[in-house]
Design a protein around this ligand. Structure first.
Ligand code: GDP
Length: 520
């Protein structure tokens, strides 16, 4: 495509937005910390008073020019998961961290899947090479075994060996980030209203609701109005990632806007308007759309529950237990990720019903809601339990548990599900016997002779009488004899005489299938 002068004027190369992903403990946070601490000019870095979920660095690449790179700095990849669910593409490049000690692990593959779904280029960072037990070669092999073919190992995925601790190789990694993003030709324009994606939203008791945005295009100016999902904010208090007040920001920069009317869902797109009315009109439309969606989801959930109940009724798997759940989390990003992970839990005969999900500490209101719904559980993620709430929970015996790792939360829930799964009665076959003779019959008692073909025949157990392939009736073993002696059980291969109580007239050639009913 031929670029005209005006286009050249408008389009500019946009700095890449980078996300770091990988298995837990493979060094994502250490890498992000190392880059933050070394690549943000002294003095400035000291200005970082609070953790923000994204930061910008300047990196001098091989062309001797300084290039900007924006990193999404979230604990784990929870927030990114939430963004992925909404189909938001916030990152342009991903770094997949793999420990040189451990190689590829389940979450490495989960992260890779996530990256591939987003269709963004990625770089593998083999980390912890300073450790004595690190083995880069074996890690490359482990990558190849998992179909991640890195450069020099049958593929073209860029790979850099690093130590997030000593910093070895990190410069090279940033060079690679720059190279990969250059190939992706990220373009944006300074002119025009800013748009982009909300990556986090928090409620501060003093300051109110804030949200961190990544601008993907245009310029955001003080005095404008923002709309994202069902939330609205005037651009009055705008801060850069260092917490400095700014009047203007442009693409790839993370900014924090304080003063939203309500929490913003992580992953929501934001739009900017000149007037408050335009912004509110957008919010109203989003709210209306959300309501329609909610109705549809509700209808679908009802239909699913009905189908599950019907299924349970037809296959005899019994009743279904509902576990009402209240979920509280520190940020909207982690909240969404938790809801998403809970949604993936598969349980038979148990349905989890989230009756409330919100950002913030666990308060008295939550406990009161839980007390009103029998069996309700409250789970928190990186949040506190208010003292009055704790007291009330103790008094009302409400179960509360707070976690700092999502999979621990879901593992715990799975345990609870197991405990609360209603028992079903299942017939367990204990053996089959073949009937050879009928000695006598009085009323509904018969004396028969036969041989145990497999398993056991045990006094007191129920039997099914089978004639050829069909069950013709049931009965119970009342007495057993083997080798002319009374006994309680006869083993496979032994002949026996038995007294069976049954309304069915048993005939030679029939088979008795003995079974016991157990709870499962
Ligand atoms: P995350 O769960 O992926 O964020 O992992 P962390 O960054 O928390 O790292 C897990 C552990 O590995 C921490 O104890 C780190 O200090 C350590 N670690 C991370 N990177 C390196 C590295 O390059 N070298 C060494 N020796 N330790 C590392």
């Amino acid at each position: 495509m031929k670029t005209t002068d005006t286009q050249k004027h408008i389009d500019a190369l946009r700095p890449p937005v980078v996300v770091v992903m990988g298995h837990i403990d493979h060094g994502k946070s250490t890498l992000l910390d190392y880059i933050r601490e070394t690549k943000i000019a002294e003095g400035e870095a000291g200005g970082i008073t609070q953790h923000m979920s994204a930061y910008e660095v300047l990196h001098k690449a091989k062309d001797e020019k300084e290039h900007k790179v924006t990193f999404i700095d979230t604990p784990g990849h929870e927030a990114f998961q939430a963004l992925r669910m909404r189909g938001a593409r916030v990152a342009d490049v991903a770094i997949l961290v793999v420990s040189a000690e451990d190689g590829v692990k389940p979450q490495t593959l989960e992260a890779l899947k996530c990256i591939q779904e987003q269709k963004i280029p990625y770089i593998v960072a083999i980390n912890k090479i300073d450790k004595p037990s690190a083995n880069v070669e074996r890690t490359r092999q482990s990558l190849a075994e998992n179909e991640i073919y890195v450069e020099g190992y049958g593929g073209n995925v860029p790979v850099v060996a690093i130590s997030a601790k000593t910093g070895e190789g990190v410069g090279e990694l940033l060079d690679m980030v720059f190279l990969v993003s250059e190939l992706a030709e990220l373009k944006a324009s300074h002119s025009g209203k800013a748009e982009g994606i909300v990556i986090e939203s928090n409620l501060d008791p003093k300051k109110g609701v804030s949200a961190t945005l990544i601008i993907k295009n245009g310029t955001l100016k003080k005095g404008e109005f923002l709309a994202a999902g069902e939330s609205f904010a005037p651009v009055r208090i705008m801060e850069d990632f260092l917490g400095k007040k700014i009047d203007e920001a442009t693409f790839s920069s993370p900014v924090k806007i304080i003063g939203w009317d309500k929490l913003v869902k992580a992953g929501s797109e934001f739009k900017t308007y000149d007037t408050k009315n335009e912004a509110l009109a957008y919010v109203a439309k989003e709210a209306a759309d959300a309501k329609v969606l909610e109705k549809q989801t509700e209808a679908k959930n009802k239909a699913d529950a009905l189908a599950a109940a019907l299924q349970a009724a037809t296959d005899g798997s019994g009743e279904i237990t509902t576990i009402p759940l209240i979920v509280k989390a520190d940020t909207s990003g982690s909240l969404e990720a938790i809801i998403y992970e809970i949604g993936k839990i598969k349980a038979e005969r148990v349905s989890i019903q989230i009756i409330e999900e919100a950002v913030g500490s666990i308060g008295e209101g939550d406990v009161r809601l839980a007390s009103a719904n029998k069996n309700t559980i409250i789970v928190g993620f990186n949040t506190k339990i208010d003292t009055p709430a704790k007291n009330l929970a103790d008094r009302d015996d409400v179960k509360i548990n707070v976690f700092d790792i999502i999979y621990k939360l879901t593992d715990w829930l799975k345990e609870i599900i197991k405990e609360r799964t209603p028992k079903v009665l299942v017939d367990e076959i204990t053996g089959t016997s073949k009937i050879m003779r009928i000695f006598s019959k009085t009323k509904d008692k018969q004396i028969i002779g036969g041989k145990v073909e497999n398993g056991f025949l045990i006094v007191g157990e129920m039997i099914k009488v089978m004639r050829r392939e069909s069950e013709i009736g049931t009965g119970r073993v009342r007495g057993l004899q083997s080798q002319k002696r009374d006994t309680d059980e006869v083993k496979e291969g032994s002949e026996f005489g038995a007294m069976v109580e049954s309304k069915i007239e048993i005939a030679p050639g029939d088979r008795l299938v003995s079974f016991r009913t157990v709870e499962k």
